[in-house]
Design a protein around this ligand. Structure first.
Ligand code: ADP
Ligand code: ZN
Length: 441
């Protein structure tokens, strides 16, 4: 729980709307989105096959099930304008995904779409206790990536002083923090860990900056990583989830209870399905998150298979919001590694190593072929208190990490220890896995 639980609602009516009213609102918005979607050849054909020819063919939320899923491949096939449902003259902005898993996908906004998106991001920011007195440094990539401009606009809507610092260049980031009294930042969790290491390296005193909070997202991270950032920097860290296909940031966010991310159900309909059978799974069970956007006329995307793995919390949150909470994202279905027949998510490794206090702030997972077998190597940096020239404690630490990992993931990894600051870092999303195995032909 955050140090002081204030519970600030940006839009009290919508954030605490009783479920029956929230669902009635969703139904109206869904009809509107379907009507817009039907203007594109893709949805005209897909929905037509199911007998959906107008928004009014959606009679209840149960009709959502009649709508076929949309995949990332569908969006790629429709590049560049296949999913645009309004005249190009009415479009005022486009964004694209980062392209982590292939060709990026593009989305379009009209003026009202940008306004709605901005108010969802403002809702997230305000809900963590920020207000117009805060100074917000947005340490994330600007440009086609939605995290930059999305948070920028949300921060301005809240009335904070927004510093569009962008990602990278830690020395300059410290200078900005010190000069302008930054109280809140937005970054990837891996960049926040890097910032902390650099602060120590460059001798930037904690009392020379006024930081209180951070929004961390765009990539998966574990609860231990959150705790590590919080305790090292002495701040509150809030998990921020979004994806460009659903506007970008502002889809789901933690409130001050810091226990699951509220999915803003007046903007998005969420479903969790079994990724193999595509059947819904019960609340509390992990599956693939499927999202339908309710707030974007220019590019309505219905039942989008995010490939992100999560689960719904069955119970309501103590903060009074009626919107359901998602578990922190475990990773993408396509992140799963199969190592000598055992399924493994990189997040399982992260969970283990980030809880070991001698382990430093960066790591890399390497998979190679060793004859017919797969070989897993976990490279981690060590903390600053470990001396690299003293072999005995190093060997003991390496062996301890190996044992803890093996017990948890049932695979025997090789562990390599590296000096702080020597493993590669990236300005955008961290690249944690190097899979060097030859691809099957
Ligand atoms: P790309 O799919 O090319 O990376 P985006 O830049 O739109 O495109 O990134 C969205 C994706 O980033 C999400 O689908 C998810 O996999 C990941 N992501 C975003 N926020 C989080 C978060 N808080 N936790 C875990 N993963 C996240
Ligand atoms: Zn809450």
């Amino acid at each position: 729980m955050a140090k002081s639980m204030v519970c600030q609602y940006w839009n009290e009516k919508m954030e605490t709307l009783p479920r029956p009213e929230l669902e009635a609102y969703q139904l109206e918005q869904l009809k509107t989105m379907v009507a817009y979607a039907l203007r594109t050849p893709f949805y005209r054909e897909r929905l037509g096959r199911e007998g959906i020819r107008s928004g009014e063919d959606i009679k209840s939320l149960a009709d959502l099930k009649r709508i076929p899923f949309t995949t990332k491949q569908d969006l790629r096939d429709g590049f560049p304008y296949g999913f645009l449902s309004i005249s190009r003259d009415e479009v005022i902005r486009l964004h694209a995904s980062s392209g982590t898993t292939g060709t990026p996908t593009t989305i379009y906004f009209n003026r009202e779409d940008i306004g709605r998106w901005t108010s969802f991001v403002a809702r997230c920011i305000y809900g963590t206790g920020c207000n117009h007195t805060d100074v917000f440094q947005n340490m994330i990539t600007y440009g086609l990536f939605t995290g930059g401009l999305g948070f920028h606009a949300g921060g301005e809507a809240v009335g904070m002083l927004v510093i569009p610092s962008g990602a990278g260049n830690t020395t300059r980031q410290f200078k900005l923090m010190q000069d302008f009294g930054t109280t809140v930042v937005h970054a990837t969790p891996s960049f926040l860990l890097h910032v902390e290491s650099k602060m120590r390296e460059e001798g930037v005193g904690r009392d020379s900056i006024k930081l209180k909070r951070a929004f961390a997202g765009a990539e998966p991270y574990s609860e231990d990583t959150r705790r590590r950032i919080e305790s090292l920097l002495g701040i509150d860290v809030y998990n921020s989830y979004g994806l460009s296909e659903m506007n970008g940031p502002g889809v789901a966010f933690e409130c001050q209870a810091k226990n699951g991310l509220h999915l803003w159900e007046d903007g998005y309909i969420g479903e969790i399905v079994n990724p193999d059978t595509l059947e819904p799974v019960p609340d509390g069970e992990t599956g693939e998150l499927v999202l339908t956007i309710l707030c974007r006329e220019a590019t309505p995307i219905l039942r989008y298979r995010t490939r992100d793995l999560s689960a719904f919390y069955p119970e309501p949150c103590i903060c009074g919001r009626t919107h359901r909470r998602l578990h922190r994202i475990k990773g993408r279905t396509d992140d799963m590694l199969i190592i000598n027949g055992v399924n493994l998510f990189p997040s399982q490794i992260e969970e283990v190593i980030m809880s070991i206090k001698e382990v430093g702030n960066n790591y890399l997972i390497v998979v190679e072929k060793d004859g017919v077998l797969d070989r897993l190597t976990v490279k981690t940096e060590v903390g600053p208190e470990i001396f690299m020239d003293d072999a005995r404690p190093l060997n003991a630490l390496r062996e301890r990490i190996r044992k803890i990992l093996q017990a948890s993931i049932t695979i025997n990894p090789r562990v390599e220890l590296h000096e702080p600051g020597t493993l590669p870092i990236s300005e955008g999303k961290a690249k944690r896995v190097l899979d060097n195995r030859p691809r099957d032909i």
